[in-house]
Design a protein around this ligand. Structure first.
Ligand code: NAI
Ligand code: MG
Length: 482
């Protein structure tokens, strides 16, 4: 097949006004913090973007106190309609400044500008619009508390690096809509858009202390989890840290929602439209470099079409453009960190050692930064670690099946249960499969589709609680289990 060369089409970074260092956002102001600091880099070039404060226990104490004061004096007394006005204002500012956010996200995270521009930032704004609409209608949302649902108070929120702004929106928008105030910690490799969001809070005249942004790594997160002034926690990240949080709060009054890992099956039947299915497989696992908790990392393909799907998939992967995330033509960007790249390398080496067959698209990789070629493993069996563990990178494991029953058994054979995909022409089979699959989200003839009106969350070790939709409001009011 002829290969087309693309002239570079770089997005300008002039729209971003990077400061050399950033403090913590507490009580509506940026403060220096009393802890140490760390650097956030661009994973595509290893360029240092900024120095960021690492919040100490004393800083968390200040942030929680600011959130408490804002909760008791202002936010809990405000009508839902007025809270909604602030959320609408934030949503509109995010839209107005969308390009700035998209470029900064791509710089700090390494994801293609095509994705931050078309997915992350528009969806983040959409979550604020959606939850703004609920703020004055909570009494009609069938929540615990009936006509008058009650917020928890101060919520601690800890988010990962794969969708920094989008995860911030998933966390902050429903918390504020329901009348809580928040202390949020972005991940240490991607703190910059959360700090830009702090500016948006100022621009929207949000009362001081309603949103506090504290940067730092694991110990800062731990200080939030352990702080006695926190009423509820919301966490997205690794299953290991999620389990630690569950242990840390057991026996306390704190509630928690946990959105953890996944090992989703993308199941292709022999009556599926193969070209569309191939696009869905690509979208399922190579979107955002595979740094997606609900990624379709296990392809289950019906045996009769396995060879054809495999060859069409490989041909398609050879056309993926891997490289400069700021280039509008780029399909696959940089791996988020050296540590994550090392994890991907280690687990794929195990895949090969255990006997699976490794293939990659052979593309050239930039000399600086963290990169991994789109990779496919065939000959994978269910006991292989690459079929069981989350690689969290651009790596697909291919398994086959003969009957729908076998597809269900294999799809469910994992400690996780976040998402799944089904590709078939038969509506009845879609419904039967969706009923059998132990996954919080099941996509039919599509994959990795997100919408603020639709709840998202897992079964088993993928966590508990839902985010998005009416269900996503529930964990933020009193009277729920999580
Ligand atoms: P992580 O779970 O350590 O990081 C997520 C967030 O938790 C970050 O903000 C981090 O600073 C914070 N954190 C770390 N230790 C903490 C602690 N003791 N208490 C409170 N907060 C803490 O994830 P990491 O190490 O970046 O990635 C490891 C693996 O986790 C990945 O390879 C991937 O498999 C999985 N992962 C899954 C995500 C998902 O969306 N489900 C997101 C990120 C990672
Ligand atoms: Mg960074």
């Amino acid at each position: 097949m002829p290969k087309f060369e693309y002239a570079p089409a770089p997005e300008s970074r002039a729209v971003v006004d990077l400061q050399s260092s950033y403090g913590l956002f507490i009580n509506g102001e940026f403060t220096d913090g009393s802890g140490t600091s760390f650097k956030s880099i661009s994973p595509a070039t290893e360029e240092v973007l900024a120095e960021v404060s690492a919040a100490s226990e004393a800083d968390i104490d200040n942030a929680v106190a600011a959130a408490r004061k804002a909760y008791t004096r202002v936010w809990s007394k405000m009508s839902g309609a007025d809270r909604g006005k602030y959320l609408y204002r934030i949503a509109r500012i995010l839209q107005e400044r969308a390009r700035e956010f998209a470029v900064l996200e791509t710089l700090d995270n390494g994801k293609p500008i095509k994705e931050s521009r078309d997915v992350d930032i528009p969806l983040a704004a959409a979550h604020f619009f959606y939850n703004a609409g609920w703020a004055d209608k909570l009494g009609y949302a069938a929540l615990p508390g009936g006509a008058n649902p009650q917020p928890h108070g101060v919520v601690g929120q800890i988010i990962p690096w794969n969708f920094p702004m989008l995860m911030l929106a998933w966390k902050i928008a429903p918390a504020l809509a329901t009348g809580n105030t928040v202390v949020l910690k972005p991940a240490e490799t991607t703190p910059l858009t959360a700090l830009l969001f702090a500016e948006v809070c100022q621009q929207a005249d949000l009362p001081p202390g309603v949103v506090n942004i504290v940067t730092g790594a694991g110990p800062t997160g731990q200080a939030i989890v352990d702080h006695p002034g926190i009423d509820k926690l919301a966490f997205t990240g690794s299953t290991g840290v999620g389990k630690m949080i569950a242990r840390a709060i057991s026996g306390t009054r704190k509630k928690a929602t946990l959105e953890l890992g996944g090992k989703a099956a993308n199941i292709v039947f022999d009556d599926a439209p193969i070209d569309q299915a191939v696009e869905g497989i690509v979208r399922g696992i190579f979107f955002n470099q595979g740094h997606v908790c609900c990624a379709g990392s296990r392809l289950l393909v019906q045996e009769t079409i396995a060879d054809e799907v495999e060859s069409r998939l490989k041909r398609r992967l050879e056309t993926l453009r891997v490289g400069d995330p700021l280039d509008k033509n780029t399909d696959v960007g940089a791996i988020n960190s050296r540590a994550q790249l090392d994890r991907i390398i280690a687990l794929t080496d195990v895949g090969e050692a255990e006997g699976a067959v490794r293939w990659d698209n052979g593309c050239e990789l930039p000399s600086k930064g963290f990169w991994f070629r789109p990779t496919v493993f065939t000959g994978v069996t269910q006991t292989h670690r690459i079929a069981q563990e989350e690689v969290f990178g651009p790596v697909l494991s291919v398994l086959t099946f003969r009957t729908p029953q076998e597809a269900v058994a294999k799809a469910n054979n994992t400690p996780y249960g976040l998402s799944a995909g089904i590709w078939t022409e038969k509506g009845s089979r879609i419904l039967w499969m969706a009923d059998q699959l132990k996954a919080g989200v099941v996509w039919a003839n599509t994959f990795n589709q997100f919408d603020p009106t639709s709840p998202f969350g897992g079964y088993k070790e993928s966590g508990y609680g839902r985010e998005g939709g009416r269900h996503g409001l529930e964990p933020y009011v009193k009277g729920t289990l999580s």
